[in-house]
Every structure is written in structure tokens, then in C-alpha cells.
Design a protein around this ligand. Structure first.
Ligand code: O7M
Length: 218
């Protein structure tokens, strides 16, 4: 994944036609496409391969099982051209390790989730989940753009690992706040794929990210 626009498109649409339309429109303003269950269930797992010809694909299956099942899931995703996968940390170290081994390190571990319910169970253990991601050699963590202060705190735990951050737009977070707090990439779904002009919306977000980076350097 090239770190150019620092924008990951969450392609949670439910038809192949919409996926192609939105991905093509946003293409030049994004660094990766995140594919989750809605698209895979609607249009089939071959969407991973098809989208990987547009941009790097992060397969967001939020894998959360025993080590052997985790390994089997990751192998299937990688075999279809995924560049990285996303797993949960709560099943424990052995389960996350199985993902990291099967994906050759290309794993992002969910820490504190971005929605209101994320405060209930994930927030109290988010620092431990981030520490686990670091100790098993994952690539990065997922941290909430809806609570930028938490991005900055989790950064202290993981050091230079990557932070990818959902919650911008429809969930109320701001791209510039997430970037200023230390996110490497923002993840955006509805604010792009529900926009009347997804390309324009992606461009505006990428511009906002660039401006936040420049302000941080000034
Ligand atoms: O921009 P949205 O709100 O339409 O979409 C956000 C995407 O990020 C959507 O695909 C969610 O599944 C995902 N996400 C969250 O919204 N919150 C989280 O805490 C974690 C994720 C995520 O991507 O986890 C890997």
C-alpha cells in the first residue's frame, strides 16, 4: 500500500456494479480498498481479486476464531489477492499469531472500536490489544477517528507501527483530527460511496488529509 493519499476506501456496497463504479471514481485519491462482509456476501469472494487489480485490498473479515480457523481464513483471503487482513485481538495471542504467520505480517488488529458501543468492551482493553498487536509482529492497529485522543494514546503503546482509522464522516469523526492525532491512514465508507460524486468526495478527503499534514509540519 503506497502512503500517498492516506485514504482507505471502505467499500461496503452490496453489488459488483456499485463496487466497480465507486472504486473507479475514487481510484486516484485512495491508497487501498477495504472489503468487508457486505460486499463479499453480496458479490462473492472473487471481489477480493477483482478489486486488487484496482488498488491494494485490505480484507476486513474481523477474524476472531481459534488459531487453526484463523489461519484457514487468512490463507483464503491472501490466495485471492488480499494485501493485508484485519483481525480481532480478543481471541488471544495464539489466534492473532496465527493470522500474522499466515499473512506474513500483513495484519491490522482492531483496538478500540469507533462506534458508541466501542467504549463498552473494547475501550477498557484497547491498550492491551495494541500491545498484543505489537508483540506478535502485526503491521498495525485499527483505532477510532471518533476519539482522536485515543489515537494519540495508542500511538504511545505501538511506536512506529501503522494506525488505520475509521469513523470519519458518517460516524462523526474528522479526517484532519485523526491525522493530526497520528493516524497513518483514515478509512472512509459512506462519506464516499453514498456521495452523489464519490470521486469528488474522495478528493476532498485526500485534500483535507494533505492540509492536516502540512499544518502539522508548519
Ligand atoms: O465510513 P463508514 O462509517 O461508512 O465505514 C467505516 C468502515 O470502517 C466500515 O467498513 C466499518 O466496518 C469499519 N470500522 C469501523 O467503522 N469502526 C471500527 O472500529 C473498525 C472498523 C474497521 O475497519 O475495522 C477493521
Amino acid at each position: 500500500m503506497q502512503k500517498q493519499n492516506r485514504l482507505i476506501l471502505a467499500l461496503d456496497v452490496t453489488s459488483r456494479e456499485d463496487a466497480l463504479r465507486v472504486a473507479e471514481a475514487a481510484r486516484e485519491h485512495i491508497d487501498a480498498i477495504k472489503i468487508n462482509w457486505p460486499l463479499i456476501l453480496a458479490a462473492g469472494p472473487e471481489m477480493i481479486r477483482e478489486m486488487s487489480s484496482v488498488k491494494d485490498v485490505i480484507c476486513d473479515l474481523k477474524i476472531a476464531d481459534i488459531p487453526n480457523t484463523n489461519r484457514l481464513i487468512v490463507e483464503q483471503a491472501m490466495a485471492r489477492g488480499a494485501s493485508a487482513v484485519i483481525c480481532h485481538g480478543f481471541p488471544g495471542e495464539d489466534s492473532v499469531k496465527a493470522c500474522v504467520e499466515a499473512a506474513k505480517g500483513q495484519v491490522f488488529v482492531v483496538s478500540e472500536m469507533s462506534h458508541p458501543g466501542g467504549k463498552q468492551f473494547t475501550a477498557p482493553v484497547a491498550d492491551r490489544l495494541a500491545a498484543l498487536a505489537k508483540s506478535v509482529g502485526a503491521r498495525g492497529i485499527v483505532a477510532p477517528a471518533t476519539r482522536p485522543g485515543r489515537i494519540a494514546e495508542l500511538r504511545k503503546t505501538i511506536g512506529p507501527m501503522e494506525i488505520i482509522s475509521p469513523g470519519v464522516g458518517a460516524q462523526g469523526g474528522k479526517a484532519s483530527d485523526a491525522i493530526a492525532a497520528g493516524a497513518d491512514y483514515i478509512i472512509v465508507g459512506r462519506a464516499i460511496y453514498e456521495a452523489s460524486d464519490p470521486g469528488e468526495s474522495a478528493k476532498a478527503l485526500a485534500d483535507e488529509v494533505r492540509a492536516a499534514l502540512q499544518a502539522g509540519r508548519a
